[in-house]
Write a protein that binds this ligand. Sequence first.
Ligand code: C2E
Ligand code: MG
Ligand code: MG
Length: 762
Amino acid sequence: MTTSGRLANGYFLCGVALSAMAFAAPDQFGGAVYIFAALQTVVVMLVASRRNKVPKPLVVAVAVLGCWYTLTEIVASTVGTTGLPRLLTNVMDLMGSLLIVVILVLLVRRHRSVNASAVFGDALIVGLGSWLISWVAFLQPTLERSDEPLISSLIEGLYQPVGSVVLFLMAVQLFADSGKNISTVYVAAAVISVLVGDLMYSFVLAGHMSASVLAHTDALYALGYFAISAAFLHPSISWIARPSNIEDSQRLLGRLVITTSSLVFPVIVLAASGPRDTTDQVVRSISALVLAGAVTLRVVHSVRANSDAQAELLRAAQTDPLTGLPNRVLLLERINSYIHESWRADREPTLYFVDLDRFKNINDSLGHSAGDEVLRIVAERLISVAPPEAMVARLSGDEYVVLDPTTKTLGAASKLAESLLAVFREPIALGQGDVFVTASIGVSSIDSMAAKPEDVLRHADTAMYRAKDSGRNCMAFYDESMHERIAHRLAVETALYRALDRHELRLFHQPILELDTGEVVGFEALMRWQQSDGTIVSPAEFIPIAEETGTIVPIGAWALLEALTQLRRWIDDSICSPQATMSVNVSPRQLADPSLPSIVSEALSRSGMDPSHLWVEITESVMIAEPELALSSLQKLKSLGVRVALDDFGTGYSSLSLLQRFPLQRIKIDRAFVQGVADNPSDRALVRTIVAMGHSLGLDLVAEGVESLHQIQVLHELGCKKAQGYLISHPVPADAMRSTVSALERIGRFPLLRGEHRAGQL
Ligand code: C2E
Ligand code: MG
Ligand code: MG
């Protein structure tokens, strides 16, 4: 226990001793102890306000109370306790009690957990109920016996109800905080001792007790003051300054019990004792009427508050807190109602699934609050273009849905989708500057065939992914075939997870030929997936899925090691030249993986190959989507001594400056241009340009997909000295490579490249 805690407890014990003295010898000490007790609160309040964190207005109010009651006591002892002076002291007493009520009302309002208006309603009921009891038990009998002025007795009759209200508010205030402490106990002790004093007073006036008891009430009041002082001296009083906000059903129950008792007891009292005279009957009737009125008002208030709270809960459950838009729950409900209505309307309610493109980049680079701001602005813009009958909802993250019940035709749907896309043309102004966001939109309509709201949503989602696949910033309409594709894709995805463990993946190899010498200078490793039933899945189908799901990382690591180990064996078995190289395709996801350099160097060391034997093939897309990331990965690979080839060159959008920036040593001319190189002058011109550019940048050139002698000859003429393609060899399994290479060597240089044929052909 702290020193100030001990001090407070000691102070209280001294107070108890003094009060006991006053109780034992009221005639000698009663008045003096009372005045001392009232006055010491003023001093203690000054000390307490400095030591403990207590709200100033409260300290002042308690100090004023101390002074006030001292004054009342002095007035009572100097001017007497009968007639007009008695009325004066009664008024002063009542005002003091009302001041306590005001203090408590202010304190109760500080607690956010307490519904203040409900508490005051309950307090009114408690007050009125106890007034009724007070009237029947004390006031009415007092009036019968007393010769004091009526008003004076009436005021005395108010002590009990006001006291009950104080007790009730005190209880609410004390139990509004979950942590009970010693100050709470002192405050409770103070209130109870004062109330007991008041009760004794009322008993005496009503003739239920002898007047001699009255002398002891001073001691009880004094004890109340000492207890209050101890409470404020104790450091735990700072709970008063800490408004709690914990909602607790147990507290509500406690209040309900008190309020109900305030109704039940008066009813019992009224029923058990009949009215003594007409005045009694009138007062009882009016009081009961007022009490009934207060209860009715309280019930109405409570019902209204309840339904408001329910409406608020429902609203919160159906809205997205960030944008204030309806959420998935409300959207599904609305879709459901449209499904049921759709058969009788000539309209086709349509769903537009809007997903922001690369929203993650904004969150990652500008922070989440910027991301939130973008989401809010997008919500506003979508609302601004959606038809007034449409619902704009936010599903999660960067997904919105516009549900328009008025769409009639496909044309109208595409027009609305267009205008939804158009809202992204304007940049979004953020604190950090303007950002551009685009979106992909999937459109699906609700017809009477639609089974469930979730299905409609999934269809629109599927279409949205189609839009993403076709390059983003566009729209796609849902059709049945999409569904089948998705189902197939899902099946592939699941099987692919296990393919590596089940040894279903294999590498085929395609030789790369040096056209001048006819020598096999390298191989490209191309993955094949032979499923358990024997079907071979093409990499064009499963690599994108592996890429999307991330399985490409372990699969790619396996391919690197497997391809290099294979080359080691071929060199060792003299199947190819000791300088032959291996080209391995590396996808964007692999390149983004920070562990790629270590995977590569591990594959090199485990296979025992020198880095100069490895070509890593990347596509242009990695240089455009995430240039910085790709650049740093490639630089690490370069520092290992590994060379990098740009695959499928010409199909992407890379610029000359990108080619210069990236550490590339080879470009592979895409099959699309090679195919037309023999017959199509513009393809030939393009290949000529690519070759010239490659030479000027000092890059090695390989032509892909060579299928005819004519193509090979033109390529050679244009200066491209390396080629691969079906003409030379299809990709073959490893064990077929010995015969493939020896067949190629038997042919030697391609006949067309020999001078005698060239003259005849061209
Ligand atoms: P790519 O790297 O451009 O590979 C060349 C593709 O062209 C191969 O298709 C090959 O079989 C095919 N091809 C070769 N010569 C000819 C020809 O004369 N005519 C025609 N029409 N096609 C020819 P494949 O094996 O189906 O591979 C497709 C793509 O899958 C590859 O394109 C590559 O991007 C990717 N891929 C293959 N294996 C892997 C791998 O292990 N890892 C990664 N990340 N991607 C791979
Ligand atoms: Mg390749
Ligand atoms: Mg290629």
